[in-house]
Design a protein around this ligand. Structure first.
Ligand SMILES: Nc1ncnc2c1ncn2[C@@H]1O[C@H](COP(=O)(O)OP(=O)(O)OP(=O)(O)O)[C@@H](O)[C@H]1O
Length: 328
């Protein structure tokens, strides 16, 4: 459905690449999250797919047709791609119905379609309100209705929840992806929030310095990250370097790198590998406590525990089944 093949883009005459040799495919109905730190190339990738930039190399095909290459650039409005951005980009002087109708040029029954879309996003009855009369979450649902109205072959959502507070973000995230699944549209969702990505995407693509470093199903990315970097994107991870291996008395394969996830560390429980530690600092987080620990060999680590009451001296450990191993 979408094929991205060896895509490259630089902005300073080839001196540094914003994207380098990026290839992936999406099938009809796939929901793929693109995750990466600031500057990793997420926006450049979706701008290339949307036709807002021309690639320096590589090809993009949509529904079997070449839409981008060095030689060819099908304009954005001819790609049948729906876009939803962080800023809702609604017309303030149009009511909701007109805002949604705006995106539909080809369909005859524009009004019915716009009403249907507003109903889909849970805003029927509000057709004649103006954007300023809506909350941020409602405005983002209008933006989604507008993007879906022309029945796009691909929907791109670029950081759509960044402007919203945590509670609303969670609610809207599940509503939006329920709607996306209901319509069966293929979707690309750009985010720097790995929780967003894990909770909604079938597949996650990780970008680092303009390259794909892993593309996998959400559960696999969490359990089988390809590097410590990927592991640490999905939660607090403690690297088991030589000193840490000595502290826990767990000599590991020297040809590989190893790490353990914070949530797999046990406090004051029987484990295969244990050490003792002095608690230097306790910070109450509500759901648990963050501890700054000084292990008996002098290493300092920071961990989060669900315990609220923690003694000043503790036993800390983990089991070999929870080890993450990466080719060095
Ligand atoms: N129009 C441009 N001109 C020059 N350099 C650019 C341009 N657009 C992007 N870049 C550079 O390309 C690289 C990738 O940028 P991009 O905006 O794609 O990253 P991003 O992952 O979307 O970041 P963020 O999460 O901060 O939006 C960065 O080094 C950026 O400075």
């Amino acid at each position: 459905m979408l094929i991205v093949d060896s895509l490259s883009k630089s902005f300073d005459k080839g001196k540094s690449f914003a994207l380098k040799d990026v290839s992936f495919k999406l099938e009809q109905g796939d929901v793929c999250a693109i995750v990466g730190e600031s500057g990793s190339g997420k926006t450049t990738l979706v701008r290339l797919i949307a036709g807002l930039e021309r690639p320096d190399g590589g090809v993009i095909k949509l529904e079997g047709k070449e839409v981008s290459s060095i030689k060819k650039l099908v304009p954005p409005e001819k790609r049948n791609i729906g876009l939803v951005f962080q800023e809702y980009a609604l017309f303030p002087h149009f009511d909701l119905l007109k805002n949604v109708m705006y995106g539909i040029s080809k369909l005859k029954n524009k009004k019915e379609r716009a009403k249907e879309m507003l109903e889909l996003v849970g805003l029927s009855g509000m057709e004649h309100r103006y954007p300023h009369q809506l909350s941020g979450g409602q405005q983002q649902r209008v933006a989604l209705a507008r993007a879906l109205a022309p029945n796009p072959s691909l929907l791109i959502l670029d950081e759509p929840f960044s402007n919203l507070d945590a509670m609303l973000r969670m609610q809207l995230r599940s509503q939006v992806f329920e709607i996306i699944k209901k319509t069966g549209v293929t979707a690309i969702f750009v985010t720097h929030d790995t929780q967003d990505a894990l909770s909604v995407a079938d597949e996650i693509l990780i970008l680092q310095n303009g390259k794909i470093i892993q593309k996998d199903q959400a559960a696999n990315l969490y359990t089988k990250p390809s590097s410590i970097y990927v592991a640490s994107l999905f939660g607090n991870t403690i690297q088991l370097n030589k000193e840490m291996q000595t502290a826990f008395d767990c000599p590991l394969n020297p040809k590989c790198d190893h790490a353990i996830r914070n949530e797999n560390l046990s406090i004051n429980e029987e484990c295969e590998y244990v050490t003792h530690a002095r608690v230097l600092k306790k910070t109450f987080l509500g759901t648990g406590t963050q501890l700054l620990l000084k292990l008996d060999n002098g290493q300092k680590i920071s961990v989060v525990t669900k315990e609220r009451e923690v003694a000043d001296r503790i036993k800390i450990g983990f089991n070999s089944t929870d080890l993450l191993e990466f080719a060095g």
